[in-house]
Write a protein of this length. Sequence first.
Length: 256
Amino acid sequence: MTDTGFTVVEIYPNILVYKNVFKDPLKNYEILKRSSDNKEDRVFGQWEKWSHFGKYLSYPVSDFNKEFNLENLKSIEADTEIKQDEKSFIIELLESFYKVTEDYLSRYGKEFGFDKDEKIKTYEGDIVPLWQMYGPSICKYHEEITDAMSMTYHSDFIREPIPSPGYKFGITANAYFNDDYIGGEIDFFVNGELVKYKPEAGDWLLFPSGHPEILTKNDTVYLHGVFPSSKEEKYFSRMYWRKYSVGSEELSLIHI
Protein backbone atom coordinates (compact mmCIF):
# COMPACT_ATOMS: atom_id res chain seq x y z
CA MET A 1 0.00 0.00 0.00
CA THR A 2 1.38 3.43 -0.95
CA ASP A 3 0.72 6.67 0.93
CA THR A 4 -1.71 7.53 -1.89
CA GLY A 5 -4.04 4.75 -0.69
CA PHE A 6 -3.68 2.39 -3.63
CA THR A 7 -1.66 -0.82 -3.91
CA VAL A 8 0.88 -1.44 -6.68
CA VAL A 9 1.73 -4.94 -7.92
CA GLU A 10 4.48 -5.58 -10.47
CA ILE A 11 3.57 -8.59 -12.61
CA TYR A 12 6.59 -8.12 -14.93
CA PRO A 13 9.23 -5.39 -15.32
CA ASN A 14 7.45 -2.19 -16.44
CA ILE A 15 3.98 -3.81 -16.14
CA LEU A 16 2.17 -2.62 -13.00
CA VAL A 17 -1.29 -3.28 -11.58
CA TYR A 18 -2.86 -0.57 -9.41
CA LYS A 19 -5.53 -1.67 -6.96
CA ASN A 20 -7.89 0.21 -4.62
CA VAL A 21 -7.89 3.29 -6.84
CA PHE A 22 -11.64 3.62 -7.52
CA LYS A 23 -13.98 4.43 -4.62
CA ASP A 24 -16.66 1.92 -5.64
CA PRO A 25 -15.80 -0.38 -8.60
CA LEU A 26 -19.15 -2.19 -8.35
CA LYS A 27 -21.08 1.07 -8.72
CA ASN A 28 -18.96 2.01 -11.74
CA TYR A 29 -19.82 -1.35 -13.31
CA GLU A 30 -23.53 -0.81 -12.67
CA ILE A 31 -23.36 2.68 -14.24
CA LEU A 32 -21.83 1.24 -17.42
CA LYS A 33 -24.33 -1.63 -17.65
CA ARG A 34 -27.24 0.74 -17.16
CA SER A 35 -25.92 3.03 -19.89
CA SER A 36 -26.25 0.23 -22.44
CA ASP A 37 -30.05 0.32 -22.11
CA ASN A 38 -30.60 3.98 -21.29
CA LYS A 39 -30.92 5.96 -24.55
CA GLU A 40 -32.08 9.40 -23.44
CA ASP A 41 -31.24 10.36 -19.85
CA ARG A 42 -27.45 10.34 -20.16
CA VAL A 43 -24.18 12.24 -20.11
CA PHE A 44 -22.35 9.44 -21.95
CA GLY A 45 -22.28 9.27 -25.72
CA GLN A 46 -23.98 6.33 -27.43
CA TRP A 47 -22.50 2.86 -27.58
CA GLU A 48 -21.23 2.12 -31.11
CA LYS A 49 -20.01 -1.02 -32.86
CA TRP A 50 -16.37 -1.79 -32.06
CA SER A 51 -15.25 -3.86 -35.06
CA HIS A 52 -16.08 -7.53 -34.28
CA PHE A 53 -15.07 -7.19 -30.63
CA GLY A 54 -18.22 -5.63 -29.16
CA LYS A 55 -19.21 -2.00 -28.56
CA TYR A 56 -17.51 1.14 -27.32
CA LEU A 57 -17.99 4.76 -26.34
CA SER A 58 -15.51 6.32 -28.74
CA TYR A 59 -16.00 9.63 -26.97
CA PRO A 60 -17.55 9.07 -23.57
CA VAL A 61 -19.33 12.42 -23.18
CA SER A 62 -22.21 13.27 -25.53
CA ASP A 63 -22.12 16.62 -27.39
CA PHE A 64 -19.01 17.73 -25.51
CA ASN A 65 -17.07 20.21 -27.64
CA LYS A 66 -14.61 21.41 -25.01
CA GLU A 67 -11.11 20.23 -24.14
CA PHE A 68 -11.29 17.00 -22.16
CA ASN A 69 -10.03 18.12 -18.77
CA LEU A 70 -11.28 18.10 -15.19
CA GLU A 71 -12.38 21.73 -15.13
CA ASN A 72 -14.56 21.34 -18.21
CA LEU A 73 -15.96 17.98 -17.09
CA LYS A 74 -17.02 19.46 -13.76
CA SER A 75 -18.98 22.13 -15.64
CA ILE A 76 -21.27 19.56 -17.29
CA GLU A 77 -24.91 20.02 -16.30
CA ALA A 78 -26.36 16.90 -14.67
CA ASP A 79 -29.97 17.43 -13.61
CA THR A 80 -30.88 13.80 -12.88
CA GLU A 81 -29.38 11.09 -10.71
CA ILE A 82 -28.38 9.05 -13.77
CA LYS A 83 -26.60 12.00 -15.37
CA GLN A 84 -24.86 12.80 -12.09
CA ASP A 85 -23.65 9.20 -11.82
CA GLU A 86 -22.23 9.26 -15.35
CA LYS A 87 -20.62 12.66 -14.82
CA SER A 88 -19.01 11.45 -11.56
CA PHE A 89 -17.83 8.29 -13.33
CA ILE A 90 -16.00 10.24 -16.05
CA ILE A 91 -14.44 12.65 -13.56
CA GLU A 92 -13.20 9.82 -11.33
CA LEU A 93 -11.83 7.99 -14.36
CA LEU A 94 -9.73 10.98 -15.42
CA GLU A 95 -8.61 11.75 -11.86
CA SER A 96 -7.60 8.12 -11.40
CA PHE A 97 -5.68 8.11 -14.68
CA TYR A 98 -3.58 11.04 -13.51
CA LYS A 99 -2.98 9.40 -10.11
CA VAL A 100 -1.74 6.08 -11.44
CA THR A 101 0.26 7.48 -14.35
CA GLU A 102 1.92 10.00 -12.04
CA ASP A 103 3.12 7.10 -9.89
CA TYR A 104 4.13 5.01 -12.92
CA LEU A 105 6.08 7.85 -14.51
CA SER A 106 7.79 8.67 -11.21
CA ARG A 107 9.22 5.14 -11.38
CA TYR A 108 10.13 4.90 -15.07
CA GLY A 109 9.76 8.32 -16.68
CA LYS A 110 13.41 9.31 -16.29
CA GLU A 111 14.40 6.33 -18.42
CA PHE A 112 12.81 7.90 -21.50
CA GLY A 113 12.81 11.60 -20.59
CA PHE A 114 9.16 12.12 -19.74
CA ASP A 115 8.31 15.76 -19.04
CA LYS A 116 4.66 16.70 -19.48
CA ASP A 117 5.59 20.40 -19.75
CA GLU A 118 8.14 19.96 -22.56
CA LYS A 119 7.34 21.41 -26.00
CA ILE A 120 8.50 20.50 -29.48
CA LYS A 121 8.52 22.29 -32.85
CA THR A 122 6.83 20.60 -35.78
CA TYR A 123 8.16 20.73 -39.36
CA GLU A 124 5.51 23.40 -39.99
CA GLY A 125 6.99 25.52 -37.19
CA ASP A 126 4.18 25.09 -34.68
CA ILE A 127 5.02 24.60 -31.00
CA VAL A 128 3.11 21.67 -29.46
CA PRO A 129 3.35 19.64 -26.22
CA LEU A 130 5.80 16.75 -26.53
CA TRP A 131 3.48 14.56 -24.42
CA GLN A 132 -0.29 14.33 -24.64
CA MET A 133 -2.92 12.47 -22.65
CA TYR A 134 -5.25 10.55 -24.98
CA GLY A 135 -8.61 8.94 -24.25
CA PRO A 136 -10.64 7.58 -22.72
CA SER A 137 -12.29 4.99 -24.92
CA ILE A 138 -14.68 2.84 -22.89
CA CYS A 139 -15.21 -0.63 -24.36
CA LYS A 140 -17.08 -3.84 -23.78
CA TYR A 141 -16.20 -7.20 -25.30
CA HIS A 142 -19.27 -9.22 -26.23
CA GLU A 143 -19.61 -12.90 -25.33
CA GLU A 144 -19.74 -14.35 -28.84
CA ILE A 145 -16.08 -14.30 -29.91
CA THR A 146 -15.10 -17.86 -30.80
CA ASP A 147 -11.54 -17.22 -32.00
CA ALA A 148 -8.63 -18.50 -29.94
CA MET A 149 -7.93 -14.88 -28.97
CA SER A 150 -10.25 -11.88 -28.94
CA MET A 151 -7.33 -9.69 -29.96
CA THR A 152 -4.09 -11.17 -31.28
CA TYR A 153 -0.65 -10.06 -30.09
CA HIS A 154 0.04 -6.47 -31.06
CA SER A 155 1.37 -3.17 -29.77
CA ASP A 156 -0.73 -0.03 -29.37
CA PHE A 157 2.13 1.84 -31.03
CA ILE A 158 1.62 1.61 -34.80
CA ARG A 159 4.70 0.85 -36.89
CA GLU A 160 5.06 2.69 -40.20
CA PRO A 161 7.50 2.09 -43.09
CA ILE A 162 8.10 5.86 -43.16
CA PRO A 163 7.22 7.43 -39.78
CA SER A 164 4.59 10.15 -40.13
CA PRO A 165 4.41 13.24 -37.90
CA GLY A 166 1.98 13.13 -35.01
CA TYR A 167 1.40 11.68 -31.58
CA LYS A 168 2.49 8.06 -31.05
CA PHE A 169 1.39 5.75 -28.24
CA GLY A 170 3.94 5.57 -25.42
CA ILE A 171 2.29 4.34 -22.20
CA THR A 172 -1.00 2.42 -22.04
CA ALA A 173 -3.32 2.65 -19.02
CA ASN A 174 -6.32 0.27 -18.95
CA ALA A 175 -8.99 0.38 -16.26
CA TYR A 176 -11.20 -2.70 -15.67
CA PHE A 177 -14.70 -2.42 -14.28
CA ASN A 178 -15.82 -6.03 -13.78
CA ASP A 179 -14.41 -9.54 -13.42
CA ASP A 180 -17.58 -11.64 -13.40
CA TYR A 181 -16.79 -13.12 -16.81
CA ILE A 182 -14.94 -16.33 -17.67
CA GLY A 183 -11.57 -15.97 -19.39
CA GLY A 184 -10.67 -12.51 -20.66
CA GLU A 185 -7.03 -12.61 -19.58
CA ILE A 186 -4.50 -10.21 -21.09
CA ASP A 187 -1.31 -11.95 -22.23
CA PHE A 188 1.98 -10.09 -22.67
CA PHE A 189 4.75 -11.27 -24.97
CA VAL A 190 8.09 -9.65 -24.15
CA ASN A 191 11.56 -10.78 -25.17
CA GLY A 192 10.36 -14.35 -25.77
CA GLU A 193 8.42 -14.55 -22.49
CA LEU A 194 4.65 -14.83 -21.93
CA VAL A 195 2.98 -13.23 -18.91
CA LYS A 196 -0.78 -13.75 -18.42
CA TYR A 197 -2.96 -11.70 -16.09
CA LYS A 198 -6.70 -11.82 -15.33
CA PRO A 199 -7.75 -8.27 -14.39
CA GLU A 200 -9.89 -7.81 -11.29
CA ALA A 201 -12.71 -5.29 -10.98
CA GLY A 202 -11.23 -1.88 -10.18
CA ASP A 203 -7.74 -2.66 -11.51
CA TRP A 204 -5.65 -0.21 -13.47
CA LEU A 205 -3.06 -1.97 -15.65
CA LEU A 206 -0.17 0.14 -16.95
CA PHE A 207 2.43 -1.01 -19.48
CA PRO A 208 4.60 0.19 -22.38
CA SER A 209 2.60 0.72 -25.59
CA GLY A 210 5.33 -0.81 -27.76
CA HIS A 211 7.06 2.44 -28.75
CA PRO A 212 10.63 1.46 -29.79
CA GLU A 213 12.10 4.34 -27.74
CA ILE A 214 10.12 3.72 -24.54
CA LEU A 215 10.76 0.93 -22.01
CA THR A 216 11.88 -1.92 -24.24
CA LYS A 217 13.55 -5.06 -22.92
CA ASN A 218 16.78 -6.10 -24.64
CA ASP A 219 15.64 -3.87 -27.53
CA THR A 220 12.38 -5.79 -27.95
CA VAL A 221 9.03 -4.03 -27.57
CA TYR A 222 6.10 -5.11 -25.41
CA LEU A 223 3.28 -6.93 -27.22
CA HIS A 224 -0.05 -8.01 -25.74
CA GLY A 225 -3.08 -10.04 -26.72
CA VAL A 226 -6.46 -10.72 -25.13
CA PHE A 227 -8.29 -14.01 -24.58
CA PRO A 228 -12.06 -14.28 -25.18
CA SER A 229 -14.45 -13.76 -22.30
CA SER A 230 -17.81 -15.43 -21.77
CA LYS A 231 -20.77 -15.50 -19.34
CA GLU A 232 -20.78 -11.69 -19.02
CA GLU A 233 -19.60 -8.77 -21.13
CA LYS A 234 -16.19 -7.41 -20.17
CA TYR A 235 -16.03 -3.64 -19.54
CA PHE A 236 -12.81 -1.64 -19.55
CA SER A 237 -11.33 1.72 -20.50
CA ARG A 238 -8.25 2.58 -22.56
CA MET A 239 -6.17 5.71 -21.97
CA TYR A 240 -2.65 6.69 -22.98
CA TRP A 241 0.27 9.05 -22.79
CA ARG A 242 1.41 9.74 -26.34
CA LYS A 243 4.67 11.31 -27.53
CA TYR A 244 4.86 13.67 -30.49
CA SER A 245 7.11 12.66 -33.38
CA VAL A 246 8.16 15.07 -36.11
CA GLY A 247 8.21 12.08 -38.43
CA SER A 248 10.72 11.04 -41.02
CA GLU A 249 12.82 13.73 -42.70
CA GLU A 250 12.20 11.81 -45.90
CA LEU A 251 8.47 12.27 -45.53
CA SER A 252 8.82 15.97 -44.73
CA LEU A 253 10.71 16.51 -47.99
CA ILE A 254 7.95 14.78 -49.97
CA HIS A 255 5.43 17.39 -48.76
CA ILE A 256 7.60 20.45 -49.49
